[in-house]
Ligand binder design. Structure first.
Ligand code: PLP
Length: 235
């Protein structure tokens, strides 16, 4: 099966990067990014032992998650508008892309209503690309205490999307800066922030060498994404 082969290849890339950097592969979560792929692909991945899945659109997730095995755990990784916070809070256990205090407060409100706790990561725009969402690194410390004080949100760490590069080495400084920023944030809070979500299909090795604990992998697992967004293969 193609997915099984792809998974084995990704796992050996993760193991090799951990080997080079003296890390335990158990510290790195493989988040399978299932966006644009149907629930059947999620079911197949669950059958191969994957449990963490990433989606970047609330509407797509709303159709797909109920059709997927209940063992799957869902991370939201896209830009979240406040008017979708209610659905996102209901569907996802982790929101990796909290990019403003206003959004954090809205998620707090919705989680409170739903009597649940959400794990959150703060998305940082390390590279400063105008097309990207996320906190400006220098402004993150100012909001950190306020986010951390929200009782329904568990702040676990930081997330970034690196610029596209054909040579993954080029984005190493982006990953390194996210790790350094995480260290400063943890100092500021006086509490550990263990999670660093960074690295995708093309650059996961470099991200792991720089301390990533979640690699978000779509293409290298599921192949190229179909253009049409859908909940099932039949739709
Ligand atoms: C699509 C996506 C990924 C996966 O990208 P691939 O290059 O297909 O591995 C990772 N992170 C985010 C935020 C994404 O939107």
């Amino acid at each position: 099966m193609l997915l099984a082969e792809n998974l084995a290849a990704v796992q050996s890339r993760i193991a090799a990067a951990c080997g080079r950097s003296g890390r335990d592969p158990a510290e790195v979560t493989l988040l399978a990014v299932s966006k644009n792929h149907p629930a059947e692909a999620v079911a197949e991945a669950v059958g191969l032992g994957l449990t963490a899945f990433g989606e970047n659109r609330v509407q797509e997730a709303k159709a797909k998650i109920p059709l997927s095995p209940s063992r799957a755990r869902w991370h939201f990784i896209g830009h979240l508008q406040s008017n979708k916070a209610r659905d996102a809070a209901a569907l996802f256990g982790t929101i990796e892309s909290v990019d403003s205090l206003a959004l954090a407060e809205e998620l707090q409100k919705q989680a409170e209503k739903q009597a649940k706790t959400l794990k959150v990561l703060l998305e940082v725009n390390v590279s400063g690309e105008s097309s990207k969402f996320g906190w400006v690194p220098d402004l993150l410390l100012e909001s950190l205490g306020a986010v951390n004080a929200l009782p329904r949100l568990e702040l676990h760490g930081l997330m970034t999307i690196a610029p596209y590069a054909t040579d993954a080495e080029k984005v190493r400084p982006v990953f390194r800066r996210l790790r350094e920023l995480r260290d400063r944030c943890a100092d500021h809070l006086g509490a550990p922030l263990p999670v660093l979500s960074m690295g995708m299909s093309g650059d996961l090795e470099v991200a792991i060498e720089e301390g990533s604990t979640i690699v978000r992998v779509g293409t290298a697992l599921f192949g190229p994404r179909p253009k049409v967004v859908r909940g099932t293969a039949e739709e």
